[in-house]
Design a protein around this ligand. Structure first.
Ligand SMILES: [Zn+2]
Ligand SMILES: [Zn+2]
Ligand SMILES: [Zn+2]
Length: 164
């Protein structure tokens, strides 16, 4: 009566559980290439009334004459250097309360009071100056994101304009 040796079980059986790896998309909807910017700001009331005439992007800092990547105060159109240079825009905000500034470096709009970037393409009050600065800097109109659906319908029946 020889007892048969217990059949050897596959040793890896307990490792055989399979976890469902699907459905782990956590970053869904994250927009790429655009820094998080506010789409509203409570400090737009005191914007300059004439933002169609602004200094050129190569305007020197009015305090230290730093030549590049300065900021434009959107309240009084003063041009001042960034916090990474001599902080004259920051000092201007602290002295005057002018909190909205447009960067001549990348045309982003910063609100010191909100402590955040503002989306100049969404906030309608900022679009004109953004557009003006863009045209001055690049010579062409900015490529605004198309919000409205442009219904391009091909006109089938051409109305022959035979007038005289
Ligand atoms: Zn300066
Ligand atoms: Zn100002
Ligand atoms: Zn603000």
């Amino acid at each position: 009566m020889a007892k048969q040796a217990a059949s050897s079980l596959p040793p890896l059986l307990e490792l055989g559980f399979i976890e469902d790896l699907e459905g782990d998309l956590m970053e869904e909807g994250a927009e790429s290439g655009w820094a998080e910017a506010r789409t509203s700001c409570d400090h737009l009331a005191s914007l300059s009334s004439d933002l169609f005439h602004i200094p050129t992007p190569d305007t020197l800092c009015n305090r230290c004459e730093h030549p590049r990547e300065n900021w434009l105060c959107l309240h009084c159109k003063d041009v001042l250097c960034s916090r990474f240079v001599n902080k004259h825009m920051l000092q201007h905000f602290q002295q005057t309360g002018h909190c909205l500034a447009l960067s001549y470096s990348d045309l982003s709009v910063w609100c010191f009071s909100c402590d955040s970037y503002l989306d100049a393409q969404v906030i309608l009050k900022l679009r004109p100056v953004y557009e003006t600065a863009y045209v001055i800097k690049f010579g062409v109109a900015p490529p605004f994101r198309s919000v409205e659906n442009s219904n391009v319908q091909d006109a089938g029946a051409e109305a022959g304009s035979s007038g005289g």
